[in-house]
Design a protein around this ligand. Structure first.
Ligand code: FE
Ligand code: FE
Ligand code: FE
Length: 185
């Protein structure tokens, strides 16, 4: 017989994630739009589709628990999304903005990795093996996304550093796979 309070904690943490993922469904298109690297933009778009699937996995879990997924707001994700909007408001040129967007996105993925790691461990202790396998799938997607961002950052940070060079004057050079800077329009 498991502790009712532990079960309640499990459900609360799932609700927190449900709120977090839904906030991301709204935020990811904005981040995709702000990205100037095509690869980064496509990465956001692909993760948006994955995120919608992650919302569905949580809904499946809530259905099996006979619980509503609603009723909690993930304030951490609210803060992370806000920080992401802050970097978009800065006057950064393309590669520098992309570097900032990657930093914001990796903060989000790390939060999700921690949270899914926690609920996955809870599901296992509670004997919820179906939930555990669904949560594990999402956890792997978040980890893969984080790894992709790390790889992309290597290339984009180098470009950002070039563009920032005072003698470079390369800010307006459109590199292959990169859209023209917005201010040139
Ligand atoms: Fe997610
Ligand atoms: Fe949260
Ligand atoms: Fe994610």
């Amino acid at each position: 017989m498991s502790n009712e309070n532990f079960k309640k904690l499990y459900i609360d943490e799932l609700k927190d994630l449900y709120s977090a993922e839904n906030q991301l469904v709204k935020a990811l298109p904005k981040m995709a739009k702000a990205a100037s690297s095509e690869e980064l933009r496509e990465g956001y778009e692909a993760h948006l589709e994955q995120t919608k699937g992650q919302v569905q996995r949580l809904e499946t879990i809530f259905q099996s628990l006979n619980e509503s997924p609603k009723g909690k707001k993930c304030v951490a994700m609210e803060g992370l999304v806000k920080e992401g909007s802050e970097v978009m408001e800065e006057d950064f040129e393309n590669a520098v903005l992309d570097a900032a967007l990657i930093g914001a996105a990796q903060r989000v993925e790390h939060y999700e990795i921690a949270a899914y790691g926690t609920v996955h461990a809870f599901a296992e202790v509670l004997g919820e093996t179906e939930h555990a396998s669904l949560l594990e799938k999402t956890l792997q997607e978040e980890k893969q996304t984080d790894e992709k961002l790390t790889k992309l950052a290597k290339q984009i940070n180098a470009q950002a550093n070039e563009a920032a060079s005072p003698q470079g004057g390369e800010q307006d050079v459109v590199k292959p796979g990169r859209r023209a800077p917005k201010r040139a329009a």
